[in-house]
Ligand binder design. Structure first.
Ligand SMILES: [Fe+2]
Ligand SMILES: [Fe+2]
Length: 239
């Protein structure tokens, strides 16, 4: 539990150097809440609060599933763009814009996974194949189906990121209520997830603006893709 406070570096090993620590540094600088530029000399005098096993598992699985999802997103657009753009060249800038944002999301989670030594999903090849297949199939079906695919995926991903952000904010609130400073790295993660969530919802808006709802058969297509996303999220959080 959170009463379990430790100064041991091992207690915070490998994950978000410190998530929260007490405010009494003896240096009078305890008001530096959220700063990611604490120097080591100061943090050594603070008592760290280690992440619980459940919190650590939540963060590991969150980073793992996000990385897998962003990989899938880049592959969907890579496969979708040629057939869509060959028929509707005016969509090239939009497709490129969405791809580039997905590629940036993917590299963000690649860096976080490496930094915090989180195991990537073991199903990388499976998701790669399915995402490319989904992108190619909906791209060949036409603009409306491609946009319906984006609408369905981003609806699920938006909900997924929102759930993660809520959970992280609950952790922040709990620590702050107990009188701890929350680490800058932890707060940076919340900011990153919010930015990425907003970009995913921007893709959703683009998809609707470009006739996602005119896809045939819209309900079947989006229903199947949304169920597939939920299944992939559930599995990637665990495997
Ligand atoms: Fe993304
Ligand atoms: Fe996206």
């Amino acid at each position: 539990m959170h009463a379990n406070i430790s100064t041991s570096p091992a207690a915070a090993r490998g994950f978000l150097q410190w998530a929260a620590c007490n405010k009494t540094t003896g240096s009078g600088s305890g008001s530096g809440s959220g700063s990611s530029t604490y120097n080591e000399g100061r943090t050594q005098s603070k008592k760290r609060i280690p992440l619980t096993v459940a919190q650590r598992e939540f963060l590991s699985s969150a980073l793992r599933v996000n990385q897998a999802g962003e990989l899938a997103a880049t592959l969907i657009y890579t496969a979708q763009t040629p057939p869509v753009v060959s028929r509707e060249p005016h969509l090239r800038p939009l497709m490129r814009h969405m791809y580039e944002q997905e590629a940036a999301h993917f590299s963000t989670f690649n860096a976080l996974i490496a930094k915090h030594r989180v195991r990537p999903t073991a199903l990388y090849p499976v998701w790669s194949l399915l995402a490319s297949g989904l992108g190619w199939t909906t791209g060949v079906m036409g603009r409306e189906a491609a946009m319906a695919c984006t609408e369905a995926v981003e609806t699920e991903i938006g909900d997924h990121y929102n759930a993660q952000i809520r959970r992280l904010l609950e952790m922040v609130t709990e620590w702050e209520t107990q009188g701890y400073d929350v680490g800058g790295e932890f707060k940076d993660l919340v900011v990153t997830l919010r930015r990425i969530r907003d970009e995913e919802l921007e893709h959703l808006d683009h998809a609707v603006e470009h006739d996602a709802k005119k896809a045939e058969p819209y309900w079947l297509l989006t229903g199947v893709i949304r169920a597939g996303c939920r299944g992939a999220i559930w599995v990637s959080e665990r495997v």
